[in-house]
Design a protein around this ligand. Sequence first.
Ligand code: FAD
Length: 332
Amino acid sequence: MIRTLRPNLRLLTGLAHRFQSTLVVAEHNNDKLTPITLNAITAASKLGGDVSCLVAGTDCAKVAAELCKVQGVNKVLVAQNDCYKGALAEEMTPLVLATQKQFNFTHICAGASAFGKNLLPRIAAKLDVSPVSDIIEIKSPDTFVRTIYAGNAISTVKCNEAVKVFTVRGTSFEAAAVEGGSASTETVAASSLVGASEWLEQNLTKSDRPELTSAKVVVSGGRGLKSGDNFKLLYDLADKLNAAVGASRAAVDAGYVPNDMQVGQTGKIVAPELYIAVGISGAIQHLAGMKDSKTIVAINKDPEAPIFQVADYGLVADLFKAVPEMTAALDK
Ligand SMILES: Cc1cc2nc3c(=O)[nH]c(=O)nc-3n(C[C@H](O)[C@H](O)[C@H](O)COP(=O)(O)OP(=O)(O)OC[C@H]3O[C@@H](n4cnc5c(N)ncnc54)[C@H](O)[C@@H]3O)c2cc1C
């Protein structure tokens, strides 16, 4: 009797998922985990298999402890050495490569922040694989979705590399829960100093407002504000809404506000519950950074402004009148 052995597809897919093991390179400041790492962990969990996180820093035991409680993390690998000050890609790369050699991960990822965008391509180059950047969805362990042409087209990429190296768009994956996990920790040997670059200092903007990429409400201003001083109108409104303040590139280029406030293709990607665009025309490069916001409100005096095409609520008005009125109404 001849029996046909039909492969059980579901079983094969299940097995493929079980054999995955992913390394998430954690971003942190030795004290706290940067929120995008939690989004990267969710993405890593979707691949199936084990999820390990690598914490490299100078005095980062607190961050390792924080990560052990994150749901979906199986193991936290810790490397402490002065050379990881400032998380320089030149110093971090040999550590990630040594960790990869030791554990043989099928996937290596990080958030698509300045940290991840700096580090992951370098790791991919050293592993001689093509990285897949800024993914917004995972179809299967080797198939990822990412945007191209400033978000105007979506491309599905099949990656045939032995090790898949990718960065994760934070706004496209929920943050992993920070409680309920029980990962083990393991110390990994620190790599020796490369010395190609040196971290001297950082001057960070201090603000009591929520951070732009994780705020639930964002108020952004554009060239229509006409000066940096006029941004006070937006700060007053933002304070009432517990909102972060962003800006278009035109406002940044004109020197109204610093460039860490820029939203868009070459700025930050945000997807808050509420995005209020004030005096912003809605160029595609700006939309690329905010069009996934849940509710978009636009205030613009030009009824033909393209921003109204993506807005859920549009107010054709002079911002210098409308914004103070909104702020005053929130006082009542
Ligand atoms: C490669 C590349 C990357 C880019 N990356 C980015 C990016 O990351 N982010 C980004 O934002 N841009 C980016 N840009 C620039 C982008 O193309 C636009 O030039 C920019 O977004 C325009 O900014 P804006 O809307 O503030 O200015 P404008 O286009 O000048 O619009 C100003 C708006 O304000 C309105 N306005 C004026 N006065 C008032 C008033 N009193 N009341 C109400 N409304 C008023 C006007 O009607 C107008 O619609 C990029 C461009 C390139 C080529």
